[in-house]
Design a protein around this ligand. Structure first.
Ligand SMILES: [Zn+2]
Length: 134
């Protein structure tokens, strides 16, 4: 695998993709993307945020398709092919993670269905995390 599209946000380990977040040592709040400094929980004064791998499965919270290429500086394949996007809720972490959906159209998605983390090239370029069929 080439270097990921965003360093430190996900990794591919033995062909399996993992999202990388941070977990507060005091209140266990999980963040994605990973952060440094203070815990985002307003009731927590924690500053000890450790890297953690997020759950690889979640349920569709919302979804859409992007039928127009994004403006620069975002990269898009030429010619542009519409992509499917999903916001997936991770029950254990209590967060929602947006990502491109691999090999599924909006007609094949519904709120509440289970998706699993995978990865693929972003516009024929660097690898990025994606949501796919479990
Ligand atoms: Zn905390």
């Amino acid at each position: 695998m080439d270097a990921p599209v965003i360093d430190g946000w996900f990794t591919v380990d033995g062909g399996t993709a993992h999202l990388l977040g941070t977990r507060c040592a005091d209140c266990r709040t999980v963040c994605f993307p990973p952060r440094t400094g203070f815990c985002p929980n307003p009731r927590c004064a924690g500053e000890n945020l450790a890297e953690t791998r997020l759950s690889r499965r979640g349920t569709v919270w919302s979804y859409t398709n992007a039928c127009y290429p994004p403006p620069t500086p975002f990269v898009a394949a030429e010619p542009y092919t519409p992509v499917t996007l999903a916001a997936v809720e991770l029950a254990e972490e209590g967060i929602v993670v947006l990502g491109q959906v691999k090999d599924l159209t909006v007609e094949e998605l519904h709120v509440g269905m289970e998706l699993e983390l995978t990865w693929g090239p972003l516009a024929d370029g660097p690898p990025v995390w994606m949501w796919g069929r479990p």
